[in-house]
Design a protein around this ligand. Structure first.
Ligand SMILES: *[C@@H]1O[C@H](CO)[C@@H](O)[C@H](O)[C@H]1NC(C)=O
Ligand SMILES: *[C@@H]1O[C@H](CO)[C@@H](O)[C@H](O)[C@H]1NC(C)=O
Ligand SMILES: *[C@@H]1O[C@H](CO)[C@@H](O)[C@H](O)[C@H]1NC(C)=O
Ligand SMILES: *[C@@H]1O[C@H](CO)[C@@H](O)[C@H](O)[C@H]1NC(C)=O
Ligand SMILES: *[C@@H]1O[C@H](CO)[C@@H](O)[C@H](O)[C@H]1NC(C)=O
Length: 363
């Protein structure tokens, strides 16, 4: 209760600015119930103290910006972590995350690439950030933030979201990310990618409406493509309904890969993953790629990407992959020296050359 009241005080100004009706409902309900939610302050559009933001520029809101995502013609990434410094979230992407973005932009020059931060995010004009420069040198890269309370509006998950269950999460950035990709695809269609991939080939000519298998039993949610209308849009509705009906605050994967798998089993007339792959007709036209397309290595195998001895084996195993997925949760701490003769380094050199060059000593 105490926390919530504190939160209310901090939020007063944003309520006045008209953004905060949903936030207000959230606060009133949680206060009435006396529930101790984790304060979602990170995700609020709080008016910051101007003296804290001198020389900083706020990214545009994806829903209000002049250049909006075109239906079905965009690739989306979400970054859901807060890097708060005196209440101001400063733009922050690792070199590997930037590599995902650059590889998508480089290999898909006719698609727009949107990186959407889940919090109001600032950059500074005199911030010397070679990684940021690298991705911003692509004309099809667009940096945005979203206001979650505005983003859920008029979607099938608005009412559920406002109740605040999501903020019970043990894995809030991950579960927020699992949700945001669904809302984004519901709103715009197109292609969602995780920030721990390297795109190796163009996706421009691959017809929308696909996902990929991790193995013969589960599908992944790191790559989801849907048409903005028809069956693709219908699928995003099913996914959003499943998300709220089966939301699990304590399980890392339950709102992600498990959700995709469960919805597809049903959507594909109870087919096995193998049957889904054999014939899109089993999934009402939706394509389910086998693991080679997006997940050529399973997560325990990820170190092979950075071990020089396995370079040629990895090239062989990924030669018809559209992208590689790096299993960030397992791999993010294991950087390697730039220039190491391994598969990841070689793919970075080819598919995110500017980021790789800007990364410094380690990647
Ligand atoms: C803004 O921040 C400055 C410096 O930290 C402080 O002196 C001032 O009181 C703050 N203003 C408000 C309205 O909080
Ligand atoms: C699925 O793959 C696992 C290991 O990769 C294997 O042990 C199992 O037999 C496979 N199941 C089917 C139904 O093919
Ligand atoms: C679903 O599967 C059943 C049994 O295999 C089959 O009879 C039916 O036609 C299938 N329905 C669709 C829509 O594919
Ligand atoms: C899938 O199986 C369940 C339980 O066996 C059944 O109730 C449901 O109707 C099936 N769905 C389809 C689309 O065939
Ligand atoms: C996946 O499909 C591709 C193309 O259809 C095929 O070449 C490849 O061998 C398949 N991979 C696996 C693991 O079945």
């Amino acid at each position: 209760m105490f926390k919530t009241l504190f939160f209310l005080v901090r939020t007063r100004r944003s309520l006045l600015s008209g953004l905060g009706i949903s936030a207000l409902i959230y606060i009133v309900i949680s206060t009435l119930l006396g529930v101790h939610y984790v304060t979602p302050e990170c995700y609020m559009d709080i008016q910051i103290n101007e003296s804290d933001s001198v020389g900083l520029k706020k990214l545009d809101d994806v829903l209000l910006s002049e250049i909006k995502p075109r239906s079905g013609r965009s690739i989306f990434f979400h970054e859901t972590r807060c890097h708060s410094n005196n209440g101001v979230n400063i733009f922050k992407l690792s070199a590997r995350q930037a590599c995902s973005i650059e590889s998508a932009a480089l290999n898909n020059p006719n698609l727009q690439v949107f990186i959407i931060f889940a919090t109001p995010t600032y950059t500074s004009d005199d911030q010397k950030d070679p990684i940021l420069d690298a991705i911003q040198s692509y004309r099809n890269v667009n940096l945005r933030y979203l206001n979650i309370w505005r983003y859920v509006k008029d979607t099938p998950i608005e009412k559920w979201f406002i109740k605040g269950d999501l903020f019970h999460s043990q894995f809030l950035p991950e579960h927020m990310s699992d949700l945001l990709r669904l809302i984004t695809l519901y709103r715009f269609g197109g292609i969602y990618l995780d920030l721990d991939v390297v795109v190796l080939r163009s996706l421009e000519l691959v017809p929308l409406n696909y996902v990929g298998a991790h193995d013969n039993e589960t599908l992944g949610n790191a790559v989801i493509s849907v048409e903005p209308r028809g069956i693709g849009h219908e699928l995003t509705e099913l996914l959003l309904h499943y998300y709220q009906n089966h939301y699990n605050a304590d399980a890392y994967v339950s709102n992600g890969p498990s959700l995709i798998s469960q919805v597809f089993f049903k959507f594909c007339n109870n087919s096995s993953v193998k049957k889904m792959q054999e014939d899109p007709a089993n999934c009402r036209g939706f394509k389910v790629f086998n693991e080679t397309a997006f997940f050529p290595l399973s997560w325990p195998e990820w170190p092979l990407f950075i071990l020089p001895d396995f370079k040629n084996e990895i090239f062989e195993r990924t030669k018809s992959s559209y992208l590689i997925h790096l299993w960030n949760k397992a791999s993010y701490e294991d950087l390697f020296r730039v220039g190491t003769d391994n598969a990841y380094g070689r793919y970075a050199e080819l598919h995110c050359p500017k980021t790789y060059a800007a990364a410094g000593k380690y990647f």
